[in-house]
Each structure stands twice: as structure tokens, then as C-alpha cells.
Design a protein around this ligand. Structure first.
Ligand code: HEM
Length: 621
């Protein structure tokens, strides 16, 4: 029986079930979190208090929001023999070689949906047409540019993709919206349900490796890995123009090639360059390293790069994940000696999985469905300018996104070239995660299979994303929030101040708030100042971002000179942002074209002001 204050006036009745399964201590912590939530306070706290709140919340999520879907039952192995990242993600967990490998189950952060709404209630095409379809492009201001959007896609393609069934489904738009749908009906493959041998009975399987292991560049299995390697000096293949090589069918040669576009391939090419530079550095220091040893070490180093989100509280939170409360200077000087809180998760003596074998989760995939970040066109900047006005560089022309996707997009990307693509993406704000901002060109999309080949049937991605969550048993918005220890909404006004949105939400969901789809809720939700994503999505990131580091042997036990080499570790520790990586390879580009501090902000925007106050002591943004 948990802690229960005598006057429980402030506990939402819907959250009683949450407290009932908690220990006394945990329920005490939960009441603190719940009180802060009710007062809407945590993001207004000074940074130190905000971080403390997030720390308690993360602790509670680690205890109550990790659900093992099952099926991990590998072998014990010799960790010293495999002190490198294997192609298929095997041999990372200290005592079970299969945890986190390709083909294991996608986990959950909460039990599957319990509501009885039908899979077509309301019809996904109705939701897509009335609430998601872009009316006009709404940008995200200066905070994030198209590089940031591609970076997130790059991460997704490193971590997760659902195995599909061979069974085809057809969705036909109901008459009331058919005229507004680019496709009156479309066909796609069902998510494959695999028997998990556990109490949830079935689950979905990940065709990518869920570790932060750079598989987007290196491949997800032996064949994928062999495809990208040169087999000389540890290096990876790269075309003479600095972009990806392509095979005779026009498919790019890279770790993950499905549903790519020029901006995404550009990031892959950038990290191939980074990998190859690490190889050169290692070869110079260690002339006796053979191709295999150079490849393995350079992969470890390249995969361990990181970039952080905005606002001081988030930055502090992410830095604490990596360096701990004592900060980078102390960690660099004396090492990770004081445990995860003071010295950070990276470099901990042992990986931690909180009793649940590591995997990514269904909920994580749902909240990362951020296709609204994609613009309709990419505005190309004029690279011939002599005196570049960084605040407003001259425009050459606009290219529709449809010309930048798939195999044709690869050819177009090569014609544009690395420099112009990168600079143009840097200067282009990405889309906002809000209602009525889903790119219409994705409602009529040529999707690709796992080999990068175009599929014959066009798909409506806006409708499909609603279908996918329902098909995979991800709870709808209110049930999702309750499971995440957040208060559910009781009226539409709790969700948004936008009167037009409320009107259409009522129309689509017939006034039944519990029916609201997760992804619609996430896009409609009022945003916290400084946040591009919703608070509901953020709490999933809070849990999963740290888990990716702390469960990984190569960020904990093996994050040392013996595994990475002294120079490799130094490389990781002196590379703090994507800008550092760009600067290493293209110093003139950022000098000439970028005003701001982070490569992910719109490049014409102001640099971050110097703030002499210690990060943790700052007030709220
Ligand atoms: C031109 C760019 C992009 C294209 C063509 C594209 C296309 C696709 C397609 C066809 C799917 C599979 C849909 C399904 O069968 O359920 C998908 C899934 C997904 N995409 Fe994208 N996408 C793009 C960019 C992005 C971006 C920028 C993000 C995130 C910021 C993103 C996040 C996701 C996620 C989370 C999934 C679900 C993966 C899964 O089900 O396991 N995509 N995308």
C-alpha cells in the first residue's frame, strides 16, 4: 500500500491506480511530481529544481514504465572477445548476447491499449483530412532547421523499424472526405505480430538494431556491413563528390537506405567522412592496426557523438546524462568515479537496465512520428554570392521535396552538391509539430521496401500513422497520459486554446475525449515555452534517452581507453555537437554561412548570448 496523504484532494481519481501499485517511498515521490504537475510548475522552475523534478520523474518511469514484451533468451558469451560493436547489435548486454540485437521485440512503456474503440473509429482518412493535412506550411521559427529534421530521421533509421507482414490491408476513404484525399484508397502491409511467449502474447519485431550504434551508416547485419565497407584501412565507401555512392540500380550504398531523401543521405555521407577521418587518425597512431581493427575502433568512436535539445533545463538534463552533476571538466579530469548522478551515465562501471532487457518501445516510435517537420520545398541558397549576408543569404531557387526523395532524389542531390544542400537545409526552418501541418506530398507517397526499392502502391502517410498506432495497441491520448502518470484532459480546452481546433476535434471524435488519437493529441497539445515537442512526448524521451546510454556496454563498462584507444576517447570527448563535426570537415561553410551557435538552429538566427551564470543556477527560460 503506497503513501497516501490524508487530504488527497489533489490526486486525480484517474491516477489512483498508479499509486496503488507503488511502494510507500515511490508514492511519496509521485505525490511531489503530481503536485508540481497540477500547478504547471516544473518548466518554470530555476534549472536546478527543474532538473530535480525531471530526475524524480525519470526514476518513477524507470520503475513503472518499462514493459518487457518478451523473447530475449540468448547465450552467455565472453565480453572480452567481443569488445566491438557487432553488425547485428549482438553481444552488448553483459550476460545475454541477443539483447538489443536486430530481430528482437520492440518493448512497451505501458500495457497495450485497453479501450474498446474499433480500429476504424473514427476512420483514419477522416482524422488525416480534417485534422492533419497541411493547409499552409507552418514553420518552427528559428529554433530548428531542416538539418535537425533530417537528424531525427537519421536517428530513427539508426534505431527502429517494424517488421511487416505479407498480408495486405486496404483503407478506403469514406465519402465525406474522399474528395479531399489525394488517394481514395491505398494498400499497405500489416505490422507482423510475432508470438512472444510472454504474457502479452504477441509483439512486433525490430528490423534495425535499437542501440545508438550508428547502424544507419554501418548496416544492421553482416551483409549490410559488408556492403558499405572498402576493406582497406577500416574505411567506408564514399563517392568522389562527397555524397553517398550508389549501386547500378541507383540505390544509395549506406547502412539504412529505406525511405531516404537527399538531406538524410547527406548526413549519412557526413558521418562516413567522420568515420574515415577517425580511421586515418588511428592508422597514424597505431600503424600495426589492420583493416578490421581500424574499422571496429572507428565505428565505436563515430557512433558516440551526441547533440542536445534547447532550453537550459533540457540542456542541463542531457549534460547530466552524459557528464553528471559535477560536469564535463570534473569528469574529464578525474573520470566517472562518483556514480550516475554525479558523474553521468556514460562511463558507469556497469550497464543498467532496471530489470527489463533493453529495447526501444512502441510508444517511442509513436511520439517520433514527426513528419510535420518536413517542408514542402527546399529553398536553395545561391552559392555563387561573393559577399554572403549570413542573416539573409540570397536565394537561387526552390526544389519541391518530391524531387528530393527516393532514387531520383539521389541523382538530384548529387547535382545540387553537398555544400549547397547543407547550407540550404541550415537556413531553412523545419515544420512545426502542430495540427494541419502534415505534408500533403506524403499523402500520395511512393514508399520503399527494406532494400530501398520503390513499392508499387502509393500510400497516405497521414492516415497510415493513425492506423499504425491503433493496430499496434498504443493507447489513445488520455489513456497514454494516465499510464505516464500525467493528468488526463477532461475537456478539449485542457488540450488547446485554438477554437477552430476544438470545433473540428468535437466533430471528428463526437465529443468523446477518451477517443482522441495519441498523435492528434500530441500535435494539438499546448507547447511549453521553448519546446518544439509536446510535454507528453517529452516524458517518453526523458525515459528512453537515458536508457539508450545506460543500458549500453559501450557507453558504460567498455567506455574506456582499452576499447576506444586513448585518442579515440579524446575524439569523442572533444566532439560535443554536430557543428563540431561539420567544422572538422567543412570549416569554411560554417564560417561563411552560419551566424547562430548550433547547427540545428536556423543559420541566419542570432548566436546564443553568453551567459556567465552556471547552467544549473539559471532561472527558467
Ligand atoms: C522524406 C522523408 C521521409 C520519408 C519519405 C518517410 C517515409 C516513411 C515511411 C514510408 C514510413 C513507413 C510507414 C508505415 O508503413 O507505417 C515511415 C515511418 C516512420 N518515419 Fe518517416 N519518412 C521521412 C522522414 C521522417 C522524419 C523526418 C521522421 C522524424 C522526424 C520520420 C519518422 C518516422 C517514424 C518514427 C516512423 C515509424 C517507424 C516504424 O513504424 O517502426 N520520418 N516513414
Amino acid at each position: 500500500m503506497g503513501f497516501s496523504p490524508s487530504s488527497s484532494w489533489f490526486l486525480d481519481p484517474e491516477l489512483r491506480h498508479v499509486v496503488s501499485k507503488m511502494s510507500f517511498f515511490d508514492s511519496f515521490l509521485f505525490y511531489i511530481v503530481h503536485l508540481v504537475d497540477k500547478l504547471g510548475l516544473w518548466h518554470r522552475f530555476p534549472v536546478l529544481l527543474g532538473v530535480a523534478y525531471l530526475g524524480i520523474r525519470r526514476y518513477l518511469h524507470q520503475r513503472y514504465n518499462l514493459v518487457h514484451v518478451g523473447g530475449v533468451n540468448g547465450q552467455v558469451y565472453d565480453t572480452d572477445e567481443f569488445s566491438y560493436r557487432k553488425a547485428d547489435g549482438k553481444c552488448n548486454h553483459p550476460s545475454d548476447d541477443s539483447v538489443g540485437s536486430r530481430g528482437t521485440f520492440i518493448g512497451r512503456n505501458m500495457p497495450p491499449c485497453t479501450s474498446q474503440y474499433g480500429i476504424l473509429d473514427p476512420h483514419p482518412s477522416v482524422v488525416a483530412t480534417k485534422l492533419l493535412a497541411r493547409k499552409r506550411f507552418i514553420d518552427n521559427g528559428d529554433q530548428f532547421n531542416v538539418i535537425a529534421c533530417s537528424w531525427i530521421q537519421f536517428m530513427i533509421h539508426d534505431w527502429v523499424d517494424h517488421l511487416e507482414d505479407t498480408h495486405q490491408i486496404e483503407l478506403e476513404a469514406p465519402e465525406e472526405v474522399a474528395s479531399g484525399c489525394p488517394l481514395k484508397s491505398f494498400k499497405f502491409l500489416r505490422t507482423k505480430k510475432v508470438f512472444s511467449g510472454d504474457h502479452h502474447k504477441t509483439g512486433a519485431v525490430n528490423t534495425r538494431t535499437p542501440w545508438w550504434d550508428g547502424s544507419v551508416v554501418y548496416g544492421n547485419d553482416e551483409a549490410g556491413m559488408r556492403r558499405v565497407r572498402v576493406f582497406k584501412d577500416g574505411k567506408l565507401k564514399l563517392s568522389g563528390d562527397g555524397l553517398l555512392e550508389r549501386d547500378e540500380k541507383g540505390v544509395p550504398i549506406s547502412g539504412d537506405i529505406r525511405n531516404s531523401w537527399s538531406g538524410f543521405s547527406l548526413l549519412q555521407a557526413l558521418f562516413v567522412k567522420e568515420h574515415n577521418s577517425v580511421c586515418e587518425m588511428l592508422k597514424e597512431r597505431y600503424p600495426d592496426f589492420d583493416d578490421e581493427k581500424l574499422y571496429r575502433t572507428a565505428r565505436l568512436v563515430t557512433a558516440a557523438t551526441i547533440e542536445l535539445l534547447k532550453t537550459d533545463t533540457l540542456t542541463a538534463g542531457m549534460r547530466i546524462n552524459w557528464y553528471g552533476f559535477l560536469g564535463k571538466k570534473v569528469k574529464d579530469t578525474i573520470g566517472a568515479r562518483f556514480g550516475p548522478i554525479l558523474s553521468g551515465l556514460v562511463g558507469m562501471k556497469k550497464p543498467r537496465d532496471h530489470g527489463v532487457p533493453y529495447s526501444l518501445t512502441e510508444e517511442f516510435v509513436s511520439v517520433y512520428r514527426m513528419h510535420c517537420l518536413l517542408p514542402d520545398t527546399l529553398v536553395l541558397r545561391d552559392m555563387r554570392s561573393q559577399n554572403v549576408d549570413k542573416a539573409d543569404p540570397a536565394i537561387e531557387r526552390e526544389v519541391p521535396m518530391t524531387e528530393l526523395i527516393g532514387k531520383e532524389g539521389g541523382t538530384k542531390g548529387s547535382r545540387i552538391g553537398f555544400d549547397q544542400l547543407l547550407v540550404s537545409m541550415g537556413h531553412h526552418s523545419c515544420g512545426a509539430l502542430t495540427l494541419w501541418n502534415y505534408p500533403n506530398w506524403m499523402r500520395n507517397l511512393v514508399a520503399q521496401d527494406i532494400d530501398g526499392e520503390d513499392r508499387p502502391n502509393l500510400i497516405d502517410m497521414a492516415a497510415l500513422k493513425i492506423y499504425r498506432d491503433r493496430e499496434r495497441g498504443v493507447p489513445r491520448f488520455n489513456e497514454f497520459r494516465k499510464n505516464l502518470m500525467m493528468s488526463p484532459i477532461s475537456k478539449w480546452e485542457d488540450l488547446t486554446d485554438d477554437e477552430e481546433a476544438i470545433k473540428v476535434l468535437k466533430e471528428v471524435y463526437g465529443g468523446d475525449i477518451d477517443k482522441l488519437d495519441l498523435n492528434v493529441g500530441l500535435h494539438a497539445e499546448k507547447k511549453i515555452k521553448g519546446f518544439a515537442i509536446s510535454e507528453t512526448a517529452f516524458f517518453i524521451f526523458l525515459l528512453v534517452a537515458s536508457r539508450r546510454l545506460e543500458a549500453d556496454r559501450f557507453f558504460t563498462t567498455n567506455f574506456n581507453e582499452k576499447t576506444y584507444t586513448k585518442e579515440g576517447l579524446e575524439w569523442v570527448n572533444t566532439t560535443e555537437s554536430l557543428k563540431d563535426v561539420i567544422d572538422r570537415h567543412f570549416p569554411n561553410l560554417t564560417n561563411k554561412w552560419m551566424r547562430c551557435t548550433s547547427a540545428f538552429s536556423v543559420w541566419s538566427s542570432d548566436p546564443d548570448p553568453t551567459n556567465w551564470l552556471l547552467l544549473y543556477l539559471r532561472s527558467a527560460p
